[in-house]
Design a protein around this ligand. Sequence first.
Ligand SMILES: [Mn+2]
Length: 236
Amino acid sequence: MRIITAFFDRKGKYGRLLRVFLRSARAVMPGVEVQVVKTKAPGQTGDKKRDHHLDTLAGFLAKAYAALDVTVPTVVCDADLLFLRSVESAFDEEFDVAITRRDARCPFNSGVFFVRPTEAARRFVEDWIAESVRVFDGWPGNDAEVHEQAGIDQAALARVLKVTEANVLMLPCVVWNACQGDWANVTDETRVVHVKSGLRQAVVGSYRRAKRRRLSPPIERLVQVWRTYERKGDSG
Ligand SMILES: [Mn+2]
């Protein structure tokens, strides 16, 4: 298995997230190769919503393009992840593509997905890329759809899932890509925590904002795990 992630920097913040990604990946999956696709940060327009969509789309496209050429089973990741356990056992299951899903208003999260080096998986990712560009071209006219899936690439994913012929497996976010609704339910089974939203704010947000936010014990525990990796350095 290989790991692909994409990275561009915005004021040093993503650099800190990537370091913890790499350290935690190395700790729980020693010997697994990580490919970091470095890409240029998109130019900013000053329109916050548009800039957010541009950043998310740039990250998605960089990792998705890299995912087209895989020759071994690969997990395709955002850079804002914390690995608690190895994700290799995902490939014990049969699939071309595996997507992480939760019971929420927007069920899919594209921060973690798995691809096998099959023709069907390649076609799926190709379609996902093409559809993402199409959704972006239609924005903001299709903002309701983008908002419903919380992102351009996730709106595209919902479209592709309706028509794909690939064997797509749905994996629970709480195990494979714990997002904000899952953090309180993280267990020993949880492999990956997605450091977004309030958790992101707690680890790389400003000190005062983090202090002001009262964190529940399970989330505080994740903050501590993240901080331990950040303090650890690359030697240990
Ligand atoms: Mn993310």
